[in-house]
Design a protein around this ligand. Sequence first.
Ligand code: TRP
Length: 386
Amino acid sequence: MTTTDNTTATSASNATQVEQRLAEATNEASLKRSIARSAQLEEEIDKDPSRFRILTGDRPTGNLHLGHYFGTLHNRVILQNRGIDTWIVIADYQVITDREGVGPIRDRVFSLLADYMACGIDPKRSTIFTHSAIPALNQLMLPFLSLVTEAELHRNPTVKAELDASERPMSGLLLTYPVHQAADILFCQANLVPVGKDQLPHLEQARVIADRFEKRYRRKSDLKHPVFRRPEALLSQANYVLGLDGQKMSKSKGNTVELGMSADQVAKAVKRAKTDADRHITYDPDNRPEVANLLQLTCYAGGASSPQTLAEEIGDGGAGVLKARLTEALNEMLEPIRTRRQELLESKDYLQQVLREGNQAANEVGNATLEDVRHAMNMIYEAHEA
Ligand code: TRP
C-alpha cells in the first residue's frame, strides 16, 4: 500500500467510527458516560458559572405545556439563576424540517417568548433570538455540510425518529437538521447544552463538526485561536411527565395542560384525565401508570411531598379527590405564570424589543464567529493590510 492509500484507509475507518458513535449516542453505555460527565459539570458550575455559556432552544409549534415546563423550562430558569450566561434559540427554521408550512408562526413565536418570560427567563440575563434573524448562523451551514457524510446523517437516531413521526418523505432539511443545530450551538460559542437524551446525537455531531473544522482549516491557517468551543451535554434531571391519558404529553394527542390555560380549562382537562377501575388510590407506576402520573404531577406542582404519601392520604377518596388535589396544585402553581403571560402578550412592543435586542446580540457574536471562519478558510479578500 502506498502512503496515500494508508491515509485514505485511516480516514475512512475514522469516518465509520464517527458514524458508529453517532448512531450509538443514546445507547446505555454512552448514556452512562453522559450522566457521569453531567455530574462533574454540575460541580464545575457551582464553582464557577462564568466559565459557561448555555445554548438551548425550542421550536415554535404551539403553546408550551407542563411537559416542557417540568422537563426543561424550569431547569433552564434555575441554570440562568445560578449565574450562567444563557442563550435560547426560538428555532423557527426547524419548524419546516418535518412539516409542510410554518403555520401561524408569528403568533407562536410571541407565545413562546411570553411562555419563557412568564416562567422566569429574564431577558436581562438571557439572550433570546430566532434562527431566521441571524444570517451568520445560517451561513455556517454551508462549510459545516462539507464536514459531514451522508451516512452519518442517515444513522442519526433522532433524525430517524422524527422522520417516522412525521409521516412525510425525508426532506433535505430534515436529513441535514443536525448540522443546522450544530450551527445554533457553535455560532454563539456555547459550551454547555442542557438536553434530554434524544438530543445527544445532535450534540455529538456538533462536536465532530467543530473538530473537523479545526483540523481541515484552522490548523492550516494563521489564525491563532480555535474558531469554536467544544460543547458538552448537560443531561438535566428532567422531571418526565406523561399526558393526562398516560401517553406521551403532546399537543397533537390533546392530553396536555398548557401554561396559558385558565383555571377553568385546567380543571376541565384534569377532570377528563384517565384513571383506572380500582377506586382505592395507590402509587404503583408499573401497574397503574395513569394514576401514578397524576400523583407525580401533583407533587411536581408542589401539592404534596411524595406520590406515596399523597396516595396514602387519598386512599379511598378515589380519583375524584386525586383530581381535585391535582387541579388545586396546578392552578396555584400556574396562577402567577398565567397572569404574567397575559400581561406580556398584551405588551407586543416590549416582546418585540426583547427579540430585537436578543437578535442583535446574536448577530454580533455570530458575525465575529463567521469572520474567524472566513479567516480560517482564507476567504477574506477585502481586509486591509495591517
Ligand atoms: N432540536 C430541538 C428540539 O427539537 C430544539 C433546538 C433547536 C435545540 N436548536 C437547539 C436544542 C440547540 C438544543 C440546542 O426540541
